[in-house]
Ligand binder design. Sequence first.
Ligand code: AMP
Ligand code: MG
Length: 322
Amino acid sequence: MTQILAADKAGVSHAAALLRSGAVVAFGTETVYGLGADATNAEAVAAIFHAKQRPRFNPLICHYGSARRAFEHVIADQRALRVAAAFWPGPLTLVLPRRPQCPVALLTGAGLDTLAVRVPRHALALALIEAVDRPIAAPSANRSGQVSPTSVRHVMDGLAGRIAAVLECGPCEVGIESTVLDLSGTVPVLLRPGGITAEDLQACLGPVGHTAVSGAAPRSPGLMLSHYAPRLPVRLNADTMADDEAVLAFGPPPPGGCCRFQLSASGDSIEAAARLFEGLRSLDADGARLGASRIAVMSIPKIGLGPAINDRLQRAAAPRTG
Ligand code: AMP
Ligand code: MG
C-alpha cells in the first residue's frame, strides 16, 4: 500500500521519517515528481532502481536544501558559485567533482567521481529536505521508460504499491526536468536541456558546449563504457576462481582467489546493488596490492536488480577504449 500524504506539516514530517528510515517516497518539485531516498543510504538508493524497474544504474541527482549544503559534498569553483547564485533554488542541476569525504553513496552517482546536485525551489520539497537533514537522491517518479509524472495521480498510476508513500505537492510548475550542466571539466557542457535555457546559462557563464557538438560526449555516462571500469580486467560469470583473481562474490563463493568482496551472502539483488561500486573499487585496490591479474565475478541471476547489475558489470568488462 502506498500512502498519500497531505501537503501539510504532518505530511512532511511523516514523509521525512520514512525517508530517514530508508524508505522510498515520491514528492513534487517545480520540475516533475521525484522518487526520493536518503542519498547516503546505498540500500535505500538501490530500492529506487528496484521500484522504477530501471534496467541500468544511471547517476541520480542529489537534492539539497541550500547551495551551502550542496557544496559541502562537491567542489564548487567560481563558475558553480556564479550559476548557483543566479539559478538556485530552481531547475538547474550541476555536475561537479565529489569531495573526498562526500558521504553520498557511490550507487547514487553510479560509481562516478562526479555528483549531480540541485537545490529545488518548491517550498514543500525544500521543507522535506530540511526535515530529513540529508541529501535526497531522486530521479523522476515513473517506471523506467514511461513519461515523467507531474501529479500525484501520475505517480500512483506507475508506482502504486511499489513505494512507501507520495507527498502531495500539487501540480509541477515547470513540468519538465531540470537542465543538467556539467562543470567538472574546463568547458561547461550542457548534458540535458531543461527548465533553465542554454541562453540563460550563457548570459551568466559565457560559452557553453553541448554534448553533441563539443566533443565532450564521453562525459555523458551512458555513452562512456570504460568510465565505470576498474583498472583490473574483469571476467564475468566465473564459477571457478584462479589464485591470482580478486573475487566479486554473490552468494557462497567457490574456493580460490587472492581476495574477495561479498555483494550479498544471501543472494539479495538490492543488497548487491547497494554494494556493487564499493565492491569494484575495493577489489581494484586490494587486487592491485596483492598482484591480482583480474577481477572474477560470479554470475548474478537476472531477477530484481540483477539485470541492472549485469549491465554495469558488462560495461566494466567491455574492451577498453583507452
Ligand atoms: P533523472 O534520472 O531524470 O534524475 O536524470 C538525471 C540526469 O542527470 C541524467 O540525464 C543523468 O545522466 C544526469 N547525471 C546525473 N549525475 C551525473 C553525473 N555525475 N555526470 C553526468 N551526468 C549526470
Ligand atoms: Mg526520468
